[in-house]
Design a protein around this ligand. Structure first.
Ligand SMILES: Cc1cc2nc3c(=O)[nH]c(=O)nc-3n(C[C@H](O)[C@H](O)[C@H](O)COP(=O)(O)O)c2cc1C
Length: 336
């Protein structure tokens, strides 16, 4: 069963530190990894690429690739690390991705994706899902999308995350192609209406709880990307509206819950800046948000930076809250 809300795979953003932080904001949202290529898993350090904290569940591993055997091997590696879902990337338009024959260009090769679905399904027991676009280049008629869905559903995929915007394979950067051409939510609604047995998750441009609510009246789930990253508190609003899990009382609670993780990770050799970069937007929209952001940005990269940088950033907020007070009194009582 999919959670109704999920957080999008975002390269360079949704790494394990980011997912841990997001999990504190939303106990039930499904969290996707950045895209990992099957080649990288085959050749690389799997522990480094795939390991994650148990708190991150439910977590989905997004794979990029088109070789059924390599995809199955990578999926197996992912399943052995405990991922709850294997997702195939059929949405990324970047040139680098096309030259490797994966990402959005695979919408034009449904038989290849179907072979990957079959091969992955025969080697793992967790669900195999596909993240795709509504079309590519001039192949943006509804029947093109439907043919792709039918061919891969026949192979055993029953959950689709559909970014409601076609991919442009030439002439636009992936970044540009996340805001143009316009979104077409009707296509995604239509797909759900025509294939009611499939689980259809809508993605693209969703920034408010009200928008989510409207989409959920038409489809099974909503995936949010940039808004959740830039203003992570949005995830608590989504959790309260659709998830039913308990959410932190305020942003300070989230910071408090991050501190043991930060300390543990630093002891393990992580760098503070790699964790705090995902927390910059936590206070977005509140007084002091800029000071919080600036303090972290200017100090987290320094040699030996530790969790005291986070305390310093908190102190820049107009109401540093009980967290700072209790931490300080604990430090005094231990003579620290
Ligand atoms: C920085 C960044 C990296 C992304 N990387 C991936 C990726 O690795 N795999 C993928 O399927 N989509 C990727 N996307 C696209 C998102 O998953 C999502 O489809 C897109 O941002 C639209 O959703 P949004 O409007 O809610 O952000 C990326 C988006 C961003 C902003």
């Amino acid at each position: 069963m999919q959670s109704k809300i999920s957080v999008a795979p975002m390269m360079d953003w949704t790494d394990r530190h980011c997912r841990y932080f997001m999990r504190l904001l939303s106990p039930s949202a499904r969290l996707y990894t950045e895209m990992v290529t099957a080649q990288a898993i085959h050749h690389g350090d799997q522990q480094k690429i795939l390991a994650f904290d148990p708190l991150e569940h439910p977590a989905a591993l997004q794979l990029g690739g088109s070789d059924p055997e390599l995809m199955a091997e990578s999926a197996q590696a992912g399943a052995s690390f405990g991922y709850d879902e294997i997702n195939i990337n059929v949405g990324c338009p970047s040139d680098r991705v096309q030259s490797g024959q994966f990402g959005a260009c695979l919408m034009a090769a449904p038989d290849v994706v179907a072979a990957c679905v079959r091969s992955i399904r025969s080697s793992v027991s967790v669900p195999v899902t596909i993240k795709t676009r509504i079309g590519i280049d001039d192949r943006d008629d509804y029947s093109f999308l439907l043919d792709f869905i039918d061919a891969t559903a026949e192979a055993g995929c029953d959950t689709y995350i559909v970014h409601a915007r076609k991919a442009i394979l030439q002439g636009l950067s992936p970044k540009e192609n996340r805001s143009v051409p316009p979104l077409n939510y009707e296509r995604v609604y239509q797909l759900k209406a025509d294939r009611p047995k499939l689980t259809i998750v809508l993605n693209g441009g969703v920034t408010t709880v009200a928008e989510c609510k409207a989409h959920l009246a038409q489809v099974d789930g909503v995936m949010v990307g940039r808004q959740a990253y830039h203003e992570p508190w949005f995830l608590t609003e989504l959790e309260s509206a659709f998830g039913g899990g308990s959410v932190p009382r305020d942003r300070y609670d989230v910071v408090a819950a991050m501190l043991p993780y930060v300390e543990h990770e630093l002891a393990d050799g992580a760098l503070l800046k790699h964790i705090t970069r995902h927390m910059l937007g936590l206070f977005a929209g509140l007084p002091g948000a800029r000071a919080w952001r600036r303090y972290l940005s200017e100090n987290a990269h320094r040699n030996g930076a530790d969790s005291s940088v986070i305390m310093g950033a908190l102190a820049r907020l107009p109401e540093p809250g009980n967290l700072l007070a209790s931490k300080e009194s604990a430090a005094h009582s231990t003579g620290g």
